[in-house]
Write a protein that binds this ligand. Structure first.
Ligand code: PRP
Ligand code: URA
Length: 211
């Protein structure tokens, strides 16, 4: 099966904001704010294919018909912790979305994801799901998160990340060829500790100021 599309968002505002995030001197406050802004841009791109219908509307001048969203139900699912940084931006564009949470952290030695929390909206299987996480490194965390959502019955899943390593993209395309990936940049690769180069460091620590 040919894997679903990889969308590398090519936009000068996004490129500029990502450079600010890469800068180690960017403050926690600015980092968090910019991650939220990029969340909005990623959500904008990932919702391009939302179906529309028509409804009658009366403008100040005449009656017409005009497009409105057909009412597709969406869930945003951040991978804790760092994914939380993207949620607000996504919800600003899609305020009616429900939010599910998956708690995963990478074991520093094995780089394997460890699950510690999961809470989904009860009707998540009927929703289109946008998984959000700033970093797609080995792809282990995102692949596990997608697997959990598929176990819930979710059929339409997209993965939104700020920065992706080629290794992570390959992993998702191998494990979950049906999942489209939206990212702000594809970086060079991983260092020997599984960090993305050039990357932006530990996204969770930089969003929450924990290091
Ligand atoms: C980071 C990041 C991803 C994961 C990516 O989370 O937010 O979830 O690593 O790495 P992978 O693609 O190799 O799995 P981390 O485990 O540092 O947890 P945190 O969000 O709590 O900081
Ligand atoms: N997780 C991060 O936060 N940053 C990386 O570069 C890789 C995994």
């Amino acid at each position: 099966m040919t894997p679903a599309a990889l969308h590398v968002i090519d936009h000068p505002l996004l490129a500029h904001k990502l450079t600010l995030l890469r800068d180690k001197n960017t403050s926690t406050r600015d980092f968090r704010e910019i991650v939220g802004e990029i969340g909005m841009i990623l959500a904008y791109e990932a919702t391009r294919d939302l179906p529309l219908t028509e409804r009658a509307v009366e403008t100040p001048l005449c009656r017409t018909t005009a497009p409105v969203l057909a009412g597709k139900k969406i869930a945003v699912v951040p991978i804790l912790r760092a994914g939380l940084g993207l949620v607000e931006g996504v919800l600003r564009l899609i305020p009616s979305a429900r939010v599910g949470h998956i708690g995963l952290y990478r074991n520093e030695e094995t780089l394997q994801p460890v699950k510690y929390f999961c809470k989904m909206p009860p009707d998540v299987a009927e929703r289109d799901v946008l998984i959000v996480d700033p970093m797609l490194a080995t792809g282990g965390s995102a692949s596990a998160a997608i697997g959990f959502l598929k176990d819930y019955g979710c059929k339409h899943i997209k993965l939104l990340v700020l920065v992706a390593a080629p290794e992570g993209i390959e992993r998702i395309q191998r494990d979950h060829g049906d999942v489209e990936i939206y990212c702000g940049a594809v970086d060079q690769g991983l260092n020997d500790r599984g960090y993305i180069l050039p990357g932006l460091g530990d996204a969770g620590d930089r969003i929450f100021g924990t290091k």
